[in-house]
Write a protein that binds this ligand. Structure first.
Ligand SMILES: *Cc1c(COP(=O)(O)O)cnc(C)c1O
Length: 368
């Protein structure tokens, strides 16, 4: 008799597939690491801001001690920036940590979680990880169908995940529609609004979700330093919510979940508005370049408000993998999204101008 360890709902999980690291592609395809272009994980192509690098160098001497568990300095900076009490803030080891904590804090095994088809993979993983029920609503034009999500709410629903903009599709829900949705969610159900790409939004699309946190005690807004702030490797994100939700997260949070370097770098990056502006401008320019090229090449794409674009490689279910392989052989790493149920598509992160050009040249050859 074979012994099966672990609960069946854990065994049923398909592990998260991350974007391939540069070193792995270099080994696999016999390529020079320096010539590889990675546009696979929605990282900031400018890398880490210099302000954060300096903060890290200074903080390095403190690494013999544990981090500040309460992250006094960073919470004070965030509280001032968003005009909320520090007690409303929870820090995470990446916002991924926040999403996991939220699922475990708000939902019991067997209860249900609502999220949309083609939304961020971590919602499904977090749901499965605690043996909760998935209520997945069909996407509309690759984005969230908020009415369907409201209609899907069951008696045992305790959490709704909404990504805005969404990853991997880049779709965006405007602020008015989103607030109307939150207002209609029953107060005993937590809404986790995952805004990993909010810093990239054009001025006319911005909305003030922190004002909604003051209005709705069941709303938690999740943000990250991994994307526009350029700190993906440090792992740091944060949540803003009223004390009812925040207190629950704090019971589950690992005491030292955010390391010393990440805290120091985040304080510096938060104050570095010049870097954020430069990142957003570069992204907007790259978006125009990529989408203009896709139109020239007659490739369907989903209009995106993030730092990436979902683009269709063909009408057969091998198209994504086929083109992906042809790109890898040329040293260009993008993200296949078959795991999201989008096997005909690839997701490409918007890079530096020269990286976008290298990707487009490789794509032309791959499709020729
Ligand atoms: C990248 C991403 C995150 C998580 O990023 P962290 O690095 O864990 O902060 C969360 N949500 C969405 C939608 C993302 O794309």
């Amino acid at each position: 008799m074979t012994t099966q360890f672990g609960p069946s709902y854990v065994r049923a999980i398909a592990p998260y597939v991350a974007g391939k690291p540069i070193s792995e592609v270099a080994r696999e395809f016999g390529l020079d690491e320096a010539r590889i272009v990675k546009l696979a994980s929605n990282e900031n192509p400018l890398g880490m801001p210099e302000s954060a690098q300096r903060a890290i160098a200074q903080a390095a001497s403190e690494l013999g001690r544990y981090p500040d568990s309460n992250a006094f300095e960073l919470k004070a900076a965030l509280a001032a920036r968003y005009d909320v009490p520090p007690e409303w803030i929870t820090l995470g080891n990446g916002s991924n940590d926040i999403l996991e904590m939220a699922a475990h804090a708000f939902v019991e095994r067997g209860q249900s979680i609502v999220y949309s088809q083609y939304s961020f993979a971590v919602y499904a993983l977090a749901t499965q990880g605690l043996g909760a029920r998935h209520l997945v609503t069909p996407a509309v034009r690759y984005g969230h169908d908020l009415d369907a999500m409201l209609a899907a709410i069951a008696d045992d629903t305790r959490l709704i995940f909404v990504a805005n903009p969404n990853n991997p599709t880049g779709t965006f829900i405007d602020g008015a529609a989103l607030e109307a949705f939150i207002a209609r969610v029953p107060r005993h159900i937590a809404v986790v609004l995952d805004e990993a790409y909010t810093e990239y939004l054009a001025a006319d699309k911005r909305y003030d979700s922190i004002a909604w946190v003051r209005r709705y005690p069941n709303l938690l807004v999740s943000r990250t330093f991994s994307k526009a702030y350029g700190l993906a490797g440090l792992r740091i994100g944060f949540a803003i919510a009223q004390p009812e939700l925040t207190d629950l997260l704090n019971r589950l949070r690992q005491p030292f979940n955010v390391n010393t370097l990440a805290q120091a770098a985040a304080v510096a990056a938060l104050g570095d508005t010049a870097f954020l502006e430069k990142s957003a401008a570069l992204n907007a320019e790259g978006y125009r370049t990529l989408t203009a090229a896709f139109e020239r090449m007659c490739l369907e794409y989903v209009p995106s408000d993030g730092n990436f674009v979902l683009v269709r490689m063909g009408t057969d279910d091998q198209a994504g993998d086929r083109v992906n392989l042809a790109l890898l052989k040329q040293g260009v790493i993008v993200r296949p999204v078959g795991g999201y149920g989008l096997p005909q598509w690839l997701r490409v992160t918007i890079g530096l101008p020269e990286e976008n050009a290298a990707f487009l040249a490789a794509l032309e050859r791959a499709l020729a």
